[in-house]
Write a protein that binds this ligand. Structure first.
Ligand SMILES: [Zn+2]
Length: 412
């Protein structure tokens, strides 16, 4: 049984930067740059307390931008939420679906990717393909559930004849989803063969060319009769390592803002910084993202606590109190920062990502207060809160509770 503790926070004054000459990351005395702690694109407007003015050198600042932030903003699902909550450029329909551009859609019930078009009248164009079990299947989409063989057969016949007479164009891209079956479909009256590789396309073409009886091809209706299937699933790239680095960078810079630069310049943080600053080409994976409903959950973060420094001395008996940031639904960013035993702990939650639980480092320095930082895009407000509590009294999940003015809508 999870025990729930309640904890009261009060609004605190935004902390003031206490800088030293050196960069908090690399210790150099190079020129400083204004560093945004939470990336600019995650906030509606600039906020004074989201910046370090004299603490981060030009070089460290731009290397975080290039190596971590750019990648996350370009490839990961974070852009979905930026468009929805920060830029408000995405129109979400009542049933939580949204307008999309020409895209590839995964229909789990059919276990296949489909080409979808941004055309209401032709959302799923008919497509003839060779699936991973080497079956040739002709998919069409119609509200009418009884298969109209005659009507669809004409298009199927056209596809087969166009392939046999080499009357098509080919599009191949290795960026297509990994298990994408080669296929032919029609767009603007042109038959297009689409495939991940030329080999796959050739194989598909040869199979169709050697086909003797068109009637042997299976015909299936992909019209999604369940509402579930109308939810589009989009393919994104993901790197846990980059995301943990990104969250760790935010936590560390807020820690320096709160505690002053001397605190974070302590050599206790050296391994943490080394991990953050290393620049290796990270592997990434492809993730599925269900529109408006978060993501294939357990894939994106690791769930438990991650020791970023790789040097924390964690006793097996330690139970980290985990603050339930999921209760903070109204915020596009929330972070809790505290010391538990000798460990500096941070939980960071962005949009609807599962929170990242990070141990930044062990420290012998005092850090008594529990800090909470939230940003609400709706109100464009960055807030700082704090509370003092004996953290060792909490052995399970901690729930936030408001004291009227400070926090609201939190848990039960
Ligand atoms: Zn630096």
């Amino acid at each position: 049984m999870l025990k729930n503790y309640k904890l009261f926070f009060t609004v605190s004054k935004p902390p003031e930067e206490i800088a030293t000459e050196e960069c908090i990351w690399c210790n150099s005395k190079l020129n400083k740059n204004i560093a945004h702690i939470i990336s600019k694109s995650l906030l509606k407007t600039e906020h004074f307390s989201n910046k370090l003015y004299k603490s981060v050198c030009h070089q460290c600042n731009s290397s975080f931008g290039k190596n971590i932030e750019d990648w996350i903003f370009k490839y990961s699902p974070i852009n979905f939420w930026i468009n929805r909550d920060i830029k408000n450029t995405m129109k979400i329909n009542d049933d939580r679906t949204f307008k999309y551009k020409k895209i590839f859609v995964w229909l789990p019930e059919l276990n296949e990717w489909f080409i979808a078009l941004n055309e209401n009248s032709n959302q799923f164009p008919s497509q003839l393909f060779l699936n991973n079990n080497f079956e040739i299947i002709f998919f069409y989409s119609s509200k009418n559930k009884t298969t109209n063989k005659k009507l669809n057969f004409n298009l199927l016949e056209k596809f087969v004849n166009n392939i046999k007479s080499d009357n098509y164009s080919i599009y191949t891209s290795e960026l297509l989803p990994k298990n994408f079956s080669p296929r032919i479909f029609e767009y603007n009256n042109t038959s297009i063969i689409i495939s991940r590789t030329n080999d796959n396309a050739d194989f598909f073409i040869n199979i169709i060319k050697s086909l003797k009886i068109i009637e042997s091809i299976e015909i299936k209706n992909i019209y999604p009769d369940q509402k579930e299937l109308k939810h589009l699933i989009i393919n994104y790239k993901w790197s846990r390592k980059k995301y943990y680095k990104y969250c760790s960078k935010i936590a560390f810079e807020f820690l320096s803002l709160i505690q002053g630069n001397d605190f974070v310049k302590n050599s206790e943080f050296n391994s943490f910084k080394k991990f953050l600053l290393e620049n290796v080409k990270n592997e990434f994976s492809e993730v599925l993202f269900v529109n408006g409903r978060g993501i294939n959950e357990k894939i994106l973060t690791l769930g438990g606590w991650v020791d970023i420094s790789n040097e924390a001395k964690i006793s097996k008996k330690t139970i980290f109190p985990t603050f339930n940031l999921n209760a903070l639904k109204d915020y596009t960013f929330s972070m809790i920062l505290y010391k538990c035993d000798s460990h500096i702990c941070a939980s960071i939650k962005l949009f609807e990502f599962e929170p990242c639980n990070i141990i930044l480092s062990d420290t012998s320095q005092d850090f008594e207060t529990i800090h909470l930082i939230t940003y609400s895009a709706k109100e464009d407000k960055l807030n700082f809160y704090e509370t003092t509590a004996d953290i060792e009294n909490f052995d399970q999940e901690v729930i936030f509770v408001s004291d009227e003015q400070s926090l609201y809508h939190l848990g039960k």
